[in-house]
Design a protein. Structure first.
Length: 175
């Protein structure tokens, strides 16, 4: 089984509900969600928009191969109303990014792992640091704590909903 870190984001509609629906579909179609960060409210990155995002990082155990994972995640996004159009950065009900897939390095036309912008984005690093601070980035050879510390991103980020227990019992967290 592979250990996968996913970043969820939503900035339209009932944002928290979109996160929960994505988690449910990930549990059904991808694998077991074993950890979830707190939910963070974050300023849009890469485009101007009045609506802030809700972001959360998940650790998932999965038997899928990286390309299978990507295809399933794209299908989940589509099922939840995501339309992939130009420009790339725009409002969206759900966005699911693969941050890491074990310690693999993949650079293809369709898939880049680790996520190529992770080290530049506090909205990804801070929730990832919450559940996987010791994880070593396979390209930069620094742990997530260090990458978070040296990140120069100055966009606003704050805890929206904090989870005390990192090992997730999704039914009790939803209540």
């Amino acid at each position: 089984m592979s250990k996968v870190y996913l970043l969820l984001g939503s900035n339209t509609g009932d944002k928290k509900d979109f996160l929960w629906k994505a988690i449910d579909l990930i549990q059904e179609e991808i694998g077991n969600v074993v950890k979830a960060s707190s939910i963070y409210e974050t300023e849009p990155w890469g485009f101007e928009c009045d609506e802030f995002f809700l972001n959360q990082v998940l650790e998932v155990k999965s038997n899928l191969l990286p390309d299978q994972l990507l295809n399933k995640l794209l299908a989940i996004e589509k099922k939840l109303g995501r339309k992939r159009e130009l420009p790339i950065y725009q409002k969206r009900p759900i966005d699911i990014d693969i941050l890491f897939f074990d310690d693999l390095i993949i650079n293809s036309i369709d898939l880049n792992i680790p996520h190529p912008h992770l080290h530049l984005r506090k909205f990804a690093l801070i929730p990832l640091n919450e559940i996987a601070g010791n994880f070593i980035h396979p390209v930069f050879h620094k742990d997530i704590r260090e990458l978070t510390r040296i990140c120069k991103d100055d966009k606003s980020i704050r805890i929206y909903e904090q989870y005390i227990h990192q090992t997730v019992n999704l039914m009790s967290v939803k209540a």
